[in-house]
Design a binder for this molecule. Structure first.
Ligand code: PEP
Ligand code: MN
Length: 300
């Protein structure tokens, strides 16, 4: 029997596509997420120093990113790991926005920090470890800022959509979903990248979907191929960790791209993005016809 997704996700009715709502676009500065443009968010795992952040912002902007990521409040797996610069980090992010023109996405971990983080950020990131922190979801919703909601490490797609529904219920329609890998029995990668979740979410939900290949993979050499898979799966954008010197990063260096790596990831994405543009431009064409017209263009 054919799966009835509306029944399966019945607890998240407002996240689901309907005749009235096929796709939500979330405006940020002068562009939008969930529309025709594929939006790349890039930057370090943690904000460390002004020079680290400004160099990264300038570089990723020139390579085509629209949004600078960087954690000032860091949820860490170990209590002994670097916890983030807090307000000092937020001020650096704000300076980087001024200098680069990039929008800022940064994590907020506690409901009491929401007003402060919302003052500096264009998008509030709710991390995997917080996906089911309902008082945080409520506070983030009330801030009025768009919310990037990361899938919990052991959250099902239904769990993710339930948390998204909470944010909508609290009156904030600007929710962006993020697939960042889930825990499975596989141990050779940090997490298992659930590309099928992107495909399914794009089929059932009108909310924009962003892929985070960095936290999914845990190894930088896997990030560019997973990014290409994300485009093919229908993601609306990427969240990628980039650092001027990943081996010296204060957090997540192993999975961070250096500048050259980021440039080459962006260049290798281009044919996939061209195909995406073409497919969106003429949605009446089948994928095969789209590919054929691409190769005609290449030949001609
Ligand atoms: C991050 O984006 O740096 C982060 C901590 O992500 P996640 O919540 O997905 O682990
Ligand atoms: Mn990280």
């Amino acid at each position: 029997m054919r799966e009835n997704w509306h029944e399966r996700f019945a607890e998240s009715p407002d996240c689901l596509k309907s005749a009235r709502r096929q796709q939500t676009t979330v405006p940020v500065l002068d562009f939008e997420i969930g529309g025709d443009e594929f939006v790349t968010m890039a930057g370090p795992c943690s904000v460390e120093t002004e020079s680290q952040l400004l160099a990264t912002a300038g570089h990723v902007r020139r390579a085509g990113a629209r949004i600078l990521r960087g954690g000032a409040f860091k949820p860490r797996s170990s209590p002994y790991a670097f916890q983030g610069l807090g307000l000092k980090g937020l001020k650096m992010l704000s300076r980087a926005r001024e200098e680069s023109g990039l929008a800022i996405v940064t994590e907020v971990m506690s409901e009491s920090d929401v007003p402060l983080v919302a003052e500096y950020a264009d998008i509030l990131q709710i991390g995997s470890r917080s996906m089911e922190n309902y008082s945080l979801l409520e506070a983030a919703a009330h801030s009025g800022r768009p919310v990037l909601l990361k899938r919990g490490m052991v959250a099902t797609i239904a769990d993710l959509l339930r948390s998204a529904q909470c944010i909508l219920d609290f009156g904030n329609p600007r929710v962006i979903l993020c697939e960042r890998g889930i825990r499975t029995f596989e141990t050779s990668m940090r997490n298992t990248f659930d590309a099928a979740a992107i495909v399914l979410l794009k089929q059932v939900s009108h909310l924009p979907v962003i892929a985070d290949p960095s936290h999914a993979a845990g190894h930088r050499e896997l990030v560019p191929p997973l990014a290409r898979i994300a485009v093919a799966a229908g993601a609306d954008g990427l969240l990628v960790e980039v650092h001027p010197n990943p081996d010296k990063a204060w957090s997540d260096g192993e999975q961070s791209l250096d500048f050259t790596g980021f440039d080459s990831m962006m260049a290798d994405l281009e044919p996939y993005l061209a195909l995406r543009r073409l497919a969106r431009h003429n949605s009446k064409l089948s994928l095969r016809e789209t590919v054929e017209s691409c190769s005609m263009e290449a030949v001609g």
